[in-house]
Design a protein. Structure first.
Length: 374
């Protein structure tokens, strides 16, 4: 006895369903379980099961035989000794052109106006340059249309109509997709989609239709730009193929160079400040140069512990909207000299107990734990 599910159950239709109902059920389930739409482990098997059920029930003779004998037909599988191998069907009628064209690139004719590829370049800027924005420039070797052949790649621009596609630049291709046959439109391989052919290449561009030209591009750096911000320069990318269409775009990706001591966290700047024990214990005022050309004054309160932070408001990076600035967050750390001379070492030995505070290490551990928890 066959372990296959009932075909009507597979499609979720009744035994008296008509062709329209079968088609609607199949279309809905095929959309749901197609492996390119559904990543469930059993999606592929379910999709095959749905196809097989529809292949039988949509064929009047196979359906009559199935209604009479079920899966145990006297003649064996309705698809012959090899079992279900697929069948010819118009996907546009059953699933709609958009469904499979999104997977296999078929169904729709390409726009008559082609476009060149986009180009991405990376350009490093300083952290200081994002404070107020500003202007910058970059020199690049960019592809441009060859003027000698007007982008055709042919000697003197002389071309003839491609006989394979009759100048359309596209051909119709029939392909097998599982049990289905799909007609799709693709670029003609003989002419590369241009619809034109030539016998002699242009010497200036070696038949590419493009040549390289050095250009200086000027652009504005946005205030508060983040690392990875991309600026678009429309029409500065690669020209359209064969000199017909519009050029692609050029994207400049801003890479913010590493600062000697600041790390950036959004609008905030974070830094580490190594301090001697006396500065932490007695307090200190430290001045260092800052990216806005005004000294950054860090006031360390007396009794500061290593690991404490000091926040200096509104001295960080401005918002990309130009409203307000982030903060500078300073992490205080105890700087321990690698060596002490004999006199310093002797002095430290004399005041070791005073510096340690409570003499019992357990008391110090308990006091520290209580401070953390509070």
């Amino acid at each position: 006895m066959s372990d296959k599910r009932d075909y009507y159950e597979v499609l979720g239709v009744s035994k008296d369903s008509d062709e329209k109902e079968l088609k609607k059920a199949f279309r809905s389930l095929a959309r749901k379980y197609h492996p390119d739409k559904n990543d469930a482990p059993d999606a592929d098997e379910k999709f095959k099961e749905i196809q097989e059920a529809y292949a039988v029930l949509s064929d009047s003779e196979k359906r009559r035989n199935y209604d009479r004998f079920g899966h145990n037909s006297p003649g064996g599988s309705p698809f012959g000794p090899g079992g279900f191998q697929g069948f010819n069907i118009n996907l546009d009628d059953i699933l709609g052109g958009d469904f499979f064209s999104s997977f296999f690139g078929g169904g729709r004719r390409r726009s008559a106006q082609s476009q060149g590829n986009d180009i991405l370049v990376r350009h490093e800027i300083s952290l200081k340059s994002v404070l107020n924005g500003g202007k910058d420039e970059i020199e690049l070797d960019l592809p441009v249309t060859c003027q000698d052949c007007e982008g055709t790649g042919a000697k003197d621009g002389v071309t003839s109509q491609c006989t394979d596609c009759d100048g359309a630049g596209q051909v119709r291709v029939r392909q097998q997709i599982g049990p289905f046959v799909q007609d799709s439109i693709r670029a003609c391989q003989q002419c590369g989609g241009s619809g034109r052919k030539f016998t002699s290449k242009c010497k200036s561009c070696s038949g590419d239709g493009l040549r390289s030209e050095s250009q200086v591009l000027r652009f504005d750096i946005p205030i508060g730009a983040q690392d990875g911000t991309r600026l678009r320069m429309r029409g500065k990318g690669q020209p359209a193929p064969y000199g017909k269409g519009i050029s692609g775009d050029l994207f400049i990706e801003l890479i913010i160079e590493e600062h000697p001591w600041f790390e950036r966290n959004g609008m905030d700047l974070i830094m580490s400040l190594p301090l001697g024990y006396s500065d932490l214990a007695l307090g200190a005022t430290i001045k260092i140069p800052h990216i806005d050309d005004k000294d950054l004054t860090i006031k360390v309160p007396a009794g500061t512990n290593s690991g404490d932070t000091i926040t200096i408001h509104s001295r960080g990076v401005p918002s990309s909207r130009g409203i307000g600035r982030g903060d500078v967050v300073v992490l205080c750390k105890l700087h321990m000299p690698k060596k002490f001379d004999k006199s310093v070492k002797k002095s430290l030995e004399e005041i070791r107990e005073q510096l340690s505070g409570a003499s019992d290490i357990i008391d110090r551990i308990l006091d520290d734990a209580e401070e953390r928890r509070n």
